[in-house]
Design a protein around this ligand. Structure first.
Ligand code: DHB
Ligand code: MG
Length: 217
């Protein structure tokens, strides 16, 4: 969660390196209004832009659009011929994202797909291989999303997952309150797989939520 506990350091970083323009601010305000202010922070948006530019990513899949906040950060880093496919299960959230995409001037680069990712991802395989997959959706399905990403990201491409500390549960001996045993196991397995140095060059960026970043070897 991005509000409430912003440190002075984080505020400094955001102000200097990741200021939000009015469109990003409006998305954040819209998510506040529906009590879903769970998008990535601006400094993480900027980090995703760095990853995209460093790796030369052109084709990206995002699982979990929400209001399109992270989508917009990513789409803005894409080259002219870049494409972001972003998947959202909740029609009300997709509708919010769509209005912002339509105002972003980046409609050509963003394809919003509404429905269950487990059903949409198989149809995206034909559009691949992809340079990057950003996973930021229902935590219990991260294993399935990773299975798909592992098959559909090119060697040298990126797999990135948000919330991989699972709200402080992932490193505990048992699931913490409010976290299901299944989600706890799924996230441990997710990080375990991506930590395999034979298959990935990877780490977790120690954000509050945890951001696992892996380059497929
Ligand atoms: C939640 C989901 C997220 O993707 C996030 O970054 C923070 C919180 C949630 O479901 O509570
Ligand atoms: Mg998240």
């Amino acid at each position: 969660m991005r509000h409430g506990q912003d440190t002075k350091a984080l505020r400094y970083i955001r102000q200097l390196f990741a200021p939000e323009d009015s469109l990003l601010q409006e998305i954040a305000a819209s998510l506040e209004r529906i009590n879903m202010p769970i998008q990535i922070g601006p400094e993480e948006g900027k980090l995703l832009q760095l990853f995209i530019t460093l790796s030369g990513a052109k084709r990206i899949v995002e699982i979990g659009t929400l209001g399109g906040y992270s989508s917009l950060w990513m789409a803005r880093a894409l080259p002219e011929d870049g494409q972001l496919f972003t998947i959202e299960k909740e029609p009300a959230h997709a509708a919010i994202a769509e209005t912002f995409f339509n105002r972003s001037g980046l409609q050509e680069k963003i394809r919003l797909l509404v429905g269950e990712a487990t059903r949409i991802l198989p149809t995206l395989t034909q559009e691949g291989p992809f340079d990057m997959v950003f996973i930021d959706a229902d935590k219990i399905s991260y294993g399935k999303y990773l299975d798909w990403a592992e098959k559909n990201v090119r060697p040298g491409g990126l797999i990135i997952g948000d919330n991989t500390l699972l709200f402080g549960a992932v490193y505990e001996d048992a699931p913490t309150e409010g976290i299901s045993r299944e989600a706890w196991q799924v996230m441990q397995h997710f990080n375990q797989k991506l930590s395999n140095g034979n298959q990935y060059l990877s780490t977790m960026v120690p954000t509050k939520e945890g951001l696992t970043v892996a380059i497929r070897r």
